[in-house]
Design a protein around this ligand. Structure first.
Ligand code: 5AD
Ligand code: FES
Length: 341
């Protein structure tokens, strides 16, 4: 079936019910199989610091939240963790943190270099808006990919949610990363307060326009220690919308790596990420943060895997992938867009 990838098509998918909805899920799953195969890439995520100087309204580790115990995981401990990863089917490490100088730019570059020299892992970083020179230096140190979500495509809503940043600045980071030859990932939250179906459709369209290598999306979940504590997800009464967004996202971005993000499990405990893998996603990012830090990195409440260890998550994810008859991705799982360029 051929489609024109316009807003009308996106809105039709997002409004699907009954038979149309089953067809949408089936189409997204079969397109994923065609373009990305049945392999699920496992990318272990280490939340290496929760120190952040920003005050994003939705985020549990925002600077203004005094209830958070702040931490920075020492380099040696990160190295000990990454050394375990290849043995557990993990071919990429994702290093995520708040936006801060928890590590200096140079120390962090040296850490990337060590991981690249001492292991076979691909390195993805997710540490917010940084100047071009910093991205370039980290790329020279071996950084393969960078994740930075635009969160919402509506500039006014973006500004309301992010007192410290403009949408144009965020998009410029993506532009710079692309120019530097770093594989670029972005995405958005589904259902932030003030989001309309129109904005959700525009979010999906923007992902396509940006020609992203990786796209992460997940439901917004109100955190009690934030200014949005009393708000509800815009689709609280229709949580099917989270999967519709994911399936439509796949149709619009056939060859992007799309993870089944952790927030899907927060909304549908024990099965959200599996369902996401069956409705368009092809990547799983198990929590590889050393156990003692996990409870302090709660961007939203109900986050799974807080009481588990890296080892438990690593085994759990393998079992989950097997349970839905999929295979484990081998090799680094680089962007297939870059290959075809
Ligand atoms: N609910 C859902 N997702 C959230 N994130 C941050 N706070 C929340 C929340 N309250 C997401 C953002 C960010 C990613 C790391 O986590 O999209 O980019
Ligand atoms: Fe952490 Fe299943 S992935 S317990």
């Amino acid at each position: 079936m051929t489609h024109s990838f316009d807003k009308e098509f996106a809105l039709r998918g997002l409004s699907a019910t009954g038979q149309e909805l089953s067809d949408l899920y089936r189409e997204a799953d079969s397109l994923r199989r065609q373009t990305m195969s049945d392999a699920v890439y496992i990318r272990g995520i280490i939340e290496f610091s929760n120190v952040c100087h920003n005050d994003c309204l939705y985020c549990g580790i925002r600077a203004g939240n005094r209830n958070v115990t702040r931490y920075v995981i020492p380099a040696e401990e990160i190295m000990a963790t990454v050394r375990q990863m290849p043995g557990m089917g993990q071919t990429t490490v994702v290093l995520q943190s708040g936006e801060s100088q928890a590590y200096s730019d140079q120390e962090f570059g040296q850490l990337i270099e060590r991981i690249k020299t001492e292991t076979s892992l691909a390195v993805t970083v997710s540490a917010g808006n940084r100047p071009r020179d910093v991205y370039r230096y980290w790329k020279e140190c071996g950084m393969d990919r960078y994740l930075i979500r635009f969160e919402t495509s509506d500039p006014k809503l973006f500004h309301y949610l992010h007192p410290d940043c403009l949408l144009s600045e965020r998009l410029n980071c993506l532009h710079v990363l692309r120019e530097l030859g770093v594989q670029a990932g972005s995405g958005f939250m589904i259902g932030v307060p003030g989001e309309t179906l129109d904005i959700l459709a525009d979010n999906i369209l923007l992902c396509r326009e940006l020609e992203l290598d990786m796209i992460g999306i997940g439901p917004f979940i109100p955190h009690p220690d934030t200014p949005l504590a009393e708000e509800k997800n815009a689709y609280a009464s229709d949580s099917e919308m989270f999967f519709k967004a994911l399936a439509v996202l796949r149709l619009f971005n056939p060859d992007a790596h799309i993870p089944a993000t952790t927030a899907f499990d927060a909304v549908f405990p024990g099965k959200g990420r599996n369902l996401a893998l069956q409705r368009g996603a092809n990547v799983f990012m198990p929590n590889s943060t050393p156990a003692q830090y996990r409870e302090h990195y709660q961007l939203y409440p109900g986050k799974p895997c807080i009481a588990e260890t890296s080892d438990q998550c690593a085994h759990c994810v393998l079992a989950r992938i097997r349970a839905i008859d999929r295979t484990i991705g081998t090799g680094p799982g680089h962007s297939i867009r870059q290959k075809s360029k």
